[in-house]
Design a protein around this ligand. Structure first.
Ligand SMILES: NC(=O)CCC(=O)C(=O)O
Length: 259
């Protein structure tokens, strides 16, 4: 199973409409991959809080339409990262979109843990409540977004729902890059699962992004890691390895709490 993580540069000087066209072209270039992943809020910037309201769009909005067409044209499963969703009733949510190779929107995931404490996303966005998984032909995806990485109980809930491969779009700051890599790896090791963690490059709203998208295997080994700039990280995964590792090291069966 081939996966491509598109670590797109988010530059406030680039209009969102142009970045959308560029993202679609980058997805198109990944034809031949099974799964393509974009980062969190790449259309606006995860820290561009003051632009969230203006950038909000419904599920059938311009980003979703462009990504549906891109998935269909490339013939790939596309985790299109997240958008600022204007939900029915007007609430804003940080919502991930997953499209099938025919361009159908097959899953949405509203980020459960909002970042910012008493500011930014935490006050502007409404939290999701539901963990979301998606069975693909070769693996079952578990969806999480950025700050969710700090909450292992979400990943356990996803494992209980059948997840074998976590997809984590993010807009993670460079100043906490050490946490990014450490937490993504921990989620792989403790859940004996692949982790596909896709961040952004560039600086927006004064926040330098970490880049360094990374893929860990179910033993916590690094499959591939990007640098700080715009880059596509393409990896070949062996979905059967999740079952094998879980059989050889059945730690998930030893859980006592929270089952
Ligand atoms: N967009 C985010 O969720 C940022 C998370 C973050 O900066 C952190 O957890 O640290």
């Amino acid at each position: 199973m081939r996966a491509s993580l598109i670590q797109i540069n988010v530059d406030p000087q680039e209009p969102a409409a142009e970045r959308r066209v560029r993202a679609a072209a980058l997805v198109h270039e990944q034809a031949g991959s099974d799964l393509v992943v974009l980062p969190e809020l790449w259309h606006v910037g995860a820290f561009a809080f003051e632009s969230f309201a203006a950038a909000a769009e419904p599920l059938g909005g311009p980003t979703a339409r462009a990504m549906s067409a891109a998935a269909r044209d490339a013939g790939v499963w596309l985790h299109a990262g997240s958008i600022v969703e204007e939900a029915p009733g007007g609430a804003l949510c940080n919502t991930s979109l997953v499209f099938s190779p025919s361009g159908e929107l097959v899953r949405t995931y509203r980020k459960i843990h909002r970042f910012g404490f008493d500011k930014g996303e935490a006050v502007l966005m409404t939290a999701g409540t539901e963990p979301v998984t998606l069975p693909l032909p070769d693996t079952t995806l578990g969806l999480a977004t950025c700050y969710d990485l700090r909450f292992p109980e979400l990943f356990r809930a996803l494992v209980d729902a059948g997840a074998q491969t976590f997809v984590v779009p993010a807009g993670w700051p460079a100043k906490r890059r050490g946490h990014w890599t450490l937490l993504a790896r921990a989620r792989a090791v403790e859940n004996l699962s692949y982790v596909l963690a896709c961040g952004t490059a560039g600086t927006h709203a004064g926040v330098e992004q970490a880049g360094h998208s990374v893929v860990f295997d179910p033993w916590g080994e690094t499959v591939a890691e990007a640098g700080p700039g715009e880059e596509v990280l393409t990896v070949d995964l062996d979905p059967a390895r999740v079952t094998k590792v879980r059989e050889e090291f059945p730690a998930l069966k030893d859980r006592v709490l929270g089952r």
